[in-house]
Design a protein around this ligand. Structure first.
Ligand code: AQP
Length: 331
């Protein structure tokens, strides 16, 4: 039987090229030879304040984005997390085998709570819900970007603790981290590309072409380097986007050519930026076109409903077993 993989994405905000290169592209290629379950994690989205109408629309919109990026509902289970409430039930049970200290150490919690007046308990226990998402399907692998590796390590620890206390049941999920696992902000290449840093810091997969051109043109580089010097973070990031786009397009000759110009100290950054823009748009344009077609086809609700039905069957079977093992009421 094919190995099962699970991964999730928050529906809030725009899907950006960090999400795409770091995660979604791998989600799509794993469909070739894995049993894939992908989830739009709306329970996670309410850890911070969000308008309910906006959230509902965003979950649907994220489903469209994912399908446009190559997630194939014929081969893959695609659904919205809250349609399968067993996620929340398992999170409670796993919360009882998770150490407070483990959660307090999570870098993302420290980052996301910094400077906030109100910090919800939900934000603190977010990694437990994440562990529940994965373990509910007893997934063996989780395709993620680098920022999620620490959370996944905690999921492994939680699985071990559950198994030690109640008996062997959960496999320890392995991270699947590919190339592009940490795309940096173009405006500040010392920080990861992310939505919460603000619009200048990310390129949306569906963003308007002119706006993308502007962001790439104004990407931070450096003042030019001597031959043989190491790349600055901004230049390295542009090369990474060029390389990843070239890989998808099956042509990395431009990246190789510009890299050798860099090594000999002859590279003009305006040429690099033009090449990044052209290659990236060749990747993004067809995704945008598919997205527009899907929007009008009106099939997304059915896809999500069917996905949730399939996910629920697996989730119910596993939660029943967990209830039995933990001494809770069954049936
Ligand atoms: N910059 C990135 N480079 C590579 N991979 C990334 N991922 C996120 N940022 C990068 C990966 O995308 C997947 C979905 O993650 P998520 O649900 O945490 O996405 P997000 O919340 O949309 O990511 P952001 O933009 O970073 O959101 P904020 O700013 O709200 O925290 C994950 O596999 C993640 O690793």
């Amino acid at each position: 039987m094919a190995q099962r993989v699970f991964s999730g994405i928050q529906p809030t905000g725009t899907l950006h090229i960090g999400n795409y290169f770091g995660a979604i592209r791998n989600w799509a290629s794993l469909q070739e030879d894995h049993d894939c379950i992908y989830c739009i994690v709306d329970y996670h989205a309410i850890t911070t304040e969000i308008d309910p109408q906006v959230l509902r629309a965003a979950s649907r919109s994220m489903a469209l984005d994912l399908i446009a990026c190559g997630i194939d509902p014929q081969r893959t289970i695609l659904f919205t997390q809250s349609a399968v409430p067993e996620h929340a039930e398992l999170a409670w049970i796993l919360g009882c085998v998770t150490g407070y200290g483990d959660l307090a150490r999570m870098i993302q919690f420290k980052d996301k709570s910094a400077g906030k007046k109100f910090i919800s308990a939900g934000l603190f226990i977010y990694p437990v819900l994440q562990a529940a998402d994965i373990l509910l399907y007893r997934a063996a692998g989780v395709p993620v970007g680098e920022d999620q590796v620490q959370h996944l390590e905690l999921s492994r620890r939680i699985a071990r603790r559950f198994n030690a206390r109640f008996g062997e049941f959960f496999p320890e999920p392995e991270p699947i981290v590919g190339k592009g696992a940490r795309i940096m902000s173009l405006a500040d290449p010392t920080i990861k590309m992310s939505k919460s840093a603000g619009e200048a810091h990310y390129i949306g997969v569906m963003e308007d072409e002119r706006s993308i051109r502007g962001k790439i043109r104004s990407a931070v580089t450096d003042i030019g380097l001597e031959p043989g010097t190491t790349m600055s973070p901004g230049v390295a990031n542009l090369f990474e986007v060029l390389d990843l786009s070239g890989e998808l397009l099956g042509d990395q000759s431009i990246a190789a050519e510009l890299c050798s110009e860099f090594q000999s100290g002859k590279l003009m950054y305006s040429h690099l930026k033009d090449a990044v823009f052209e290659s990236l748009m060749q990747v993004l344009r067809p995704i945008g076109e598919r997205r527009r077609e899907l929007e009008t086809s009106g099939i997304v609700e059915d896809i999500l409903r069917e996905g949730a039905d399939k996910a629920r069957v697996i989730a119910r079977e596993n939660i029943t077993k967990v209830r039995e093992m933990a001494g809770l009421v069954v049936g």
